[in-house]
Ligand binder design. Structure first.
Ligand SMILES: [Ca+2]
Ligand SMILES: [Ca+2]
Ligand SMILES: [Ca+2]
Length: 291
């Protein structure tokens, strides 16, 4: 091997190992709906809630306030922007997503239930719903209501991202952290900068979980979708591993315009060209993985 090539190979192999990077976004819309008032919207409430039929009002140990579901919509576009800035355009892969919620132990309206239990976080295919402007003290007929839920959810298309518990919350802080299953649909929404709707549904009849919404006042913590991504030099096809598939990915794009389609991913040594140096760079990084 000629000395000039050796020098270039060394440079390509010495690209810094990227560190994981985390971005947190708050909902762009959120609301709860309740079975007891199926035609009412509460989109401006400072709390969201998920409750089963057997939960009791926080204000009375004998009063049951019925089922509550909550919906949150997050925009992934600012996540993509932050990850692109950190890693380079789409040169990253999502490795972890958590939903962080803060329980309200003293709700300001007696419609809210309180009590430990479990809830399901469901990725919802349909993002077309209105937050509305209702409050517990002044519900609205505009915006998402319990009676609209059947047409919003789709048991075939929607996907559970895990069952979680509010046990261990109860003080208002710290947050209840829900590590979501990284399903294809969820990861694809992040990748494309799309909207993400999460539906929180009771997983048992006892849960009475009331938590801060995005409309909570006083600087208190809002719901957060925390996205962690990682990138590794040489991972041209963005599957978190450097292997033969990356060599194939690059070979299929040799000498093409780096700005076309997903070609930029193949420019693993970031010199603006797709050539043998990218193949050499990958060869020198074979068998590395995301952290
Ligand atoms: Ca809201
Ligand atoms: Ca790869
Ligand atoms: Ca290159």
């Amino acid at each position: 091997m000629k000395p000039a090539i050796v020098a270039i190979v060394f440079a390509a192999a010495s690209i810094c190992q990227a560190e994981p990077f985390t971005v947190t976004v708050n909902p762009t819309a959120d609301t709860f709906v309740r079975e007891a008032e199926p035609a009412s919207n509460y989109g401006l409430a400072g709390s969201l809630a998920v409750s089963g039929h057997n939960a009791y009002s926080y204000a009375s140990p004998t009063q049951q306030m019925g089922r509550f579901d909550s919906f949150m919509r997050f925009a992934a576009a600012p996540v993509v922007q932050a990850l692109d800035t950190n890693f380079g355009s789409h040169y990253w892969v999502v490795t972890k997503i958590t939903l962080n919620l803060t329980e309200v132990t003293q709700p300001n309206n007696s419609i809210f239930n309180l009590g430990p239990g479990t809830f399901d976080v469901i990725w919802t295919a349909n993002d077309s719903w209105l937050e509305g402007t209702g409050m517990p003290s002044a519900p609205s007929a505009e915006g998402l209501r319990y009676q609209d839920m059947a047409s919003l959810i789709d048991p075939q298309a929607d996907k559970s991202l895990g069952i979680f518990s509010n046990v261990g919350g109860g003080t208002g802080t710290p947050a209840i952290v829900c590590p979501l299953l990284l399903r294809t649909e969820l990861a694809a929404d992040v990748r494309s900068g799309s909207d993400i709707t999460l539906h929180l549904a009771p997983a048992d009849e006892e849960i009475g979980f009331t938590f801060n919404s995005r409309n909570i006042s006083g600087g208190r913590p809002k719901p957060g979708l925390q996205v962690t991504a990682d990138s590794i030099p040489g991972d041209a096809n963005l599957d978190c591993t450097v292997n033969i598939l990356d060599l194939i990915f690059i070979r299929q794009r040799l000498n093409q315009d780096v700005s076309t389609g997903d070609n930029r991913q193949a420019d693993v040594n970031a010199d603006g060209r797709l050539n043998i140096l990218d193949l050499i760079a990958v060869r020198n990084l074979l068998n590395t993985k995301c952290q």
